[in-house]
Design a protein around this ligand. Sequence first.
Ligand SMILES: CSC[C@@H](O)[C@@H](O)C(=O)COP(=O)(O)O
Ligand SMILES: [Zn+2]
Length: 240
Amino acid sequence: MTESNNNDHLVKSDDSQHPANLIPELCKKFWTLGWVTGTGGGASIRDDDLVYLAPSGVQKELMKPEDIYVLELSKQLDPKQRIYLRSPPSLKPSQCTPLFIAAFTKRGAGCCIHTHSQWAVLVTLLLESQSNKNLFEINNIEQIKGFGKGYQKQGALGYHDTLRIPVIENTPHEEDLTESLEVAMDKYPDTYAVLVRRHGVYVWGETVHKAKTQCESLDYLFQLAVEMKKLGLPWLSDIA
Ligand SMILES: CSC[C@@H](O)[C@@H](O)C(=O)COP(=O)(O)O
Ligand SMILES: [Zn+2]
């Protein structure tokens, strides 16, 4: 494909905040946290109607802006015929694409992050043996204040509020998670994240800043929850 018909200008910018520069930069940081190692996980950014995505199966921490895919959100009505405005040669788009698109279309998110964090996976394993195995709940921890109240709501959760993150079952192919992710979004309209059992977590936010800080807060809470479980401490308490 030539430069003119592949829209390479969409991923070339001197602005460090341009999505094509930010995705590789963020993934480099996420790799150091163990969130996107071994090619798993990733991130996508929406700028108005344009969605920026990573390729599939690449070392996410080594990506360059020229590796980024771009698509127009409003023109992706048939998922089987996804049209990319810009495609890097010899690569395939991330298998997480339909899940990222769900966060953008159903929640108006500006950024969605997918991690394979071991803390997220461990929380889903700990829940597996519990009666309510499809919901992670925690309260009375300061870091809960790092979350917004929910979709189209102003303000943040309070210290005494209960943070609820739904859990969906994993599937052999990433794209087959889309339907259950959308069902979980409908059932928990205010959630900013969905855990995937034995796999990881999808976290979104209105902006890159919010998606990143919510993902960090969540990972902190997942790690804390695992350590609390080891010490026999409950995730929910009735301190008022
Ligand atoms: C270690 S392979 C992981 C993939 O199957 C998938 O779960 C994932 O998160 C990344 O998919 P990708 O298509 O590389 O963006
Ligand atoms: Zn994954």
